[in-house]
Design a protein around this ligand. Structure first.
Ligand code: GLC
Length: 532
C-alpha cells in the first residue's frame, strides 16, 4: 500500500456502521460487523471505506453531533475493534477513512457544557456567542425544515450561540487558536490509530464574518491548509476528502495548489445525472462538467449518486429544484429541506436499465466514485422513518428475519415492500450471476483495470443526438469512448471519422468496428476502448 496517490483511481464505499451488520445481537450494527463483511467488500472490489461517525453522541444528528472526539460509542464497540477493522482491511488492501466533524460539536460535549455554564468560563470562547441574533444575517439556514435561525438563546448566560445545523450542534469558534489546536489533536489521535484519512464534514462554515454569507472564507482555507500540512508532514499517504456542497468553481479553492484537500465531492453533477435520465437529454450534465475547473494533478473529485443525506438540490436553480421535486418526489413526505429523502433504486423506479445507466455515468466520469451501502444491490428506503433515517435502514444481507442484519431487535424498522430484504438482498444477488450486484461488481472491475478512468480529461463528442451522452476519457496511452443513451427509445448517433475504428467492448471483451452511425438500445450504455 505504498502509492500516495491511491485515491485517484480508487472506488469508495460509504457505510453507516449502525446499519451495516450487528455482530453481538444488540440490534445495532458495530465495527466487528463491518470487519465480518470485509470479504464481501473485497469481492465487490472496493478500495476504501468511509465509515460514518462512530463517536459517542446523543444522536440528534445520527452522530454528527459529537460528545467526545476521543472514543468510540460503545454501541459500535471499542477502540480495539476499530484497530482490528483497520488492520483486517489493510490486509485486504482496503483503506478506511472516517468522518472528522470540525465545524460543530454536540451541545452535550464537555466544552460546550463548560462554555455555556458561565460567561467567564475558559471554554466560553470555544464557541461563537453574541448578545444579539442579528449578526451574520447573510448566512443561509441549512436545515430549513426545522431551524428558524442560526442563533439560539442560552437562557442562563443570556447570550445567543451560533449553529449552522441543529440547535443541538453549536459551532466551534475557529477564530480561537485553541480550537484550531484541539482539532489537530483529534486528527492526530485517529491517524495514530491507523485511519487512512478523513471525510471532513461541512467545511465551508468554519469561520464567520459580518457582511459575508459565512461560507468559504479565506480564513477557513488558511486553517484547512494547516490541517493538510500536518498530514503531509506526519502521515503521508493519508487523505482529506472535502464535503463542501457548492458549485465546482467554489469547491476549486478547497484543492488549493494541491496543498489543501486531496479530494472533494462533486455535488452539482449528482442531481444533473437524475435530470438527464428524466429528460432523456445530457445537456445539463455536459454544462456542469464544462463548468468544472481543472484541479491540481495530485487531487481528485469524488462522485456519487446517493449518500446518507437527502438527495440535495442546493446546487441547482430554483426552477430546476421545483422540477426535480415534481419528478422525483411525487409525495410531499419525500421532500426534506432542499432535497429528496429517497434511495437510489426507488428514485429510478427500480428499473434495472436506468439503474445500470446511472452507474455507467458515475463510473466513467472523471473522479473516484463512491457507492452508498446497499445501493450496490438496489435496496429500498422507508419513508415512514423520520428525517433522513429512511435511507439509513439495516443492510439487506439475506432473506432470513431482520435481513440477516441482526439476531436481536434492529434499531430501526427495515425497508418494506418490493425493495425489502425478502426480494432484494446480498445473498440472492451473489448467487445469481445475472444480478444487479454482479453488474456493479463488473463495472468496478473494468474501471479498475484501466487507468483512463482515473485521469482528469473528459471530452464531449458531438454526434447530433442530444439524448446520447458520448465522451472520451483519455489518460496515458488509453482512450475510452463512452456512450450513454438517456432516452427510453433506441437512438442513433453520427460518429465523426476519427472514431470509426475497431474498438474493444470493455464488458463483452470482443471487438466492435464502428462506422458512421451507431444505434443504442433504450437506456443502454457502451464502454469502448479505442485502438492505441
Ligand atoms: C453533513 C452531513 C450531515 C450532517 C451535517 C451536520 O452535511 O453529511 O449528515 O447532518 O453535516 O454535521
Amino acid at each position: 500500500m505504498k502509492n500516495d496517490l491511491w485515491y485517484k483511481d480508487a472506488v469508495f464505499y460509504q457505510i453507516s456502521v449502525r446499519a451495516y451488520k450487528d455482530s453481538n445481537g444488540d440490534g445495532h450494527g458495530d465495527l466487528r460487523g463491518v470487519t465480518q463483511k470485509l470479504d464481501y467488500l473485497q469481492t465487490l472490489g472496493v478500495d476504501c471505506i468511509w465509515i460514518m461517525p462512530i463517536y459517542p453522541s446523543p444522536l440528534n444528528d445520527d452522530g454528527y453531533d459529537i460528545a467526545d472526539y476521543y472514543a468510540v460509542d460503545k454501541t459500535y464497540g471499542a477502540l480495539d475493534d476499530l484497530k482490528e477493522l483497520i488492520q483486517s482491511a489493510h490486509e485486504r488492501d482496503i483503506r478506511i477513512v472516517m468522518d472528522l466533524v470540525l465545524n460543530h460539536t454536540s451541545d452535550e460535549h464537555p466544552w460546550f457544557q463548560a462554555s455555556r455554564s458561565d460567561r467567564n468560563s475558559p471554554y466560553r470562547d470555544y464557541y461563537v456567542w453574541s448578545d444579539t441574533d442579528k449578526k451574520y444575517t447573510d448566512a443561509r439556514i441549512i436545515f430549513v425544515d426545522t431551524e428558524p435561525s442560526n442563533w439560539t438563546l442560552d437562557e442562563k448566560t443570556g447570550q445567543y450561540y451560533w449553529h449552522r445545523f441543529y440547535a443541538s450542534q453549536p459551532d466551534l469558534n475557529f477564530d480561537n487558536p485553541k480550537v484550531q489546536e484541539e482539532m489537530l489533536n483529534v486528527a492526530r489521535f485517529w491517524l495514530d490509530l491507523g485511519i487512512d484519512g478523513f471525510r471532513a464534514d461541512a467545511v465551508p462554515y468554519l469561520i464567520e464574518r459580518e457582511g459575508s454569507n459565512c461560507e468559504n472564507l479565506p480564513e477557513t482555507h488558511i486553517y484547512l491548509k494547516k490541517l493538510r500540512s500536518f498530514l503531509d508532514e506526519h502521515y503521508p499517504g493519508r487523505i482529506l476528502l472535502c464535503e463542501a456542497n457548492q458549485y465546482p468553481e467554489d469547491v476549486r479553492p478547497y484543492f488549493g495548489d494541491g496543498d489543501e484537500f486531496h479530494m472533494g465531492f462533486h455535488f452539482p453533477i449528482m442531481p444533473r445525472i437524475y435530470m438527464a435520465l428524466k429528460k432523456g437529454r445530457y445537456e445539463d450534465m455536459a454544462e456542469i462538467m464544462r463548468r468544472t475547473p481543472t484541479i491540481p494533478e495530485n487531487c481528485q473529485w469524488c462522485t456519487f449518486l446517493r449518500n446518507h443525506d437527502e438527495l440535495t438540490l442546493e446546487m441547482v436553480t430554483p426552477e430546476e429544484r421545483q422540477w426535480m421535486w415534481e419528478q422525483y418526489a411525487p409525495e410531499p413526505r419525500m421532500k426534506l429541506n432542499m432535497g429528496i429523502r429517497r434511495r437510489f433504486a426507488p428514485l429510478l423506479d427500480n428499473d434495472r436499465r436506468k439503474m445500470e445507466l446511472a452507474n455507467s455515468i458515475l463510473f466513467t466520469l472523471p473522479g473516484s466514485p463512491i457507492i452508498y451501502y446497499g445501493d450496490e444491490i438496489g435496496m429500498g428506503d422507508n419513508l415512514d422513518l423520520f428525517d433522513r433515517n429512511g435511507v439509513r435502514t439495516p443492510m439487506q444481507w439475506d432473506n432470513t428475519p431482520n435481513a440477516g442484519f441482526s439476531t436481536g431487535t434492529p434499531f430501526s424498522e427495515l425497508v418494506k415492500g418490493e425493495l425489502g430484504y425478502q426480494q432484494i438482498n446480498v445473498a440472492s444477488q451473489i448467487n445469481d450471476p445475472n444480478s444487479y450486484f454482479h453488474t456493479i461488481k463488473r463495472m468496478i472491475a473494468v474501471r479498475k483495470k484501466h487507468t483512463a478512468f482515473g485521469g482528469s480529461s473528459m471530452e464531449w463528442v458531438e454526434t447530433g443526438n442530444p439524448a446520447v451522452a458520448v465522451y472520451i476519457r483519455q489518460h496515458s496511452d488509453e482512450t475510452m469512448l463512452i456512450f450513454n443513451n438517456l432516452s427510453a427509445s433506441a437512438e442513433t448517433v453520427n460518429l465523426p471519422d476519427k472514431y470509426q475504428k475497431t474498438t474493444v467492448d470493455l464488458f463483452a471483451d470482443h471487438t466492435q468496428t464502428l462506422s458512421e452511425k451507431l444505434t443504442l438500445q433504450p437506456y443502454s450504455y457502451l464502454w469502448l476502448q479505442m485502438p492505441k
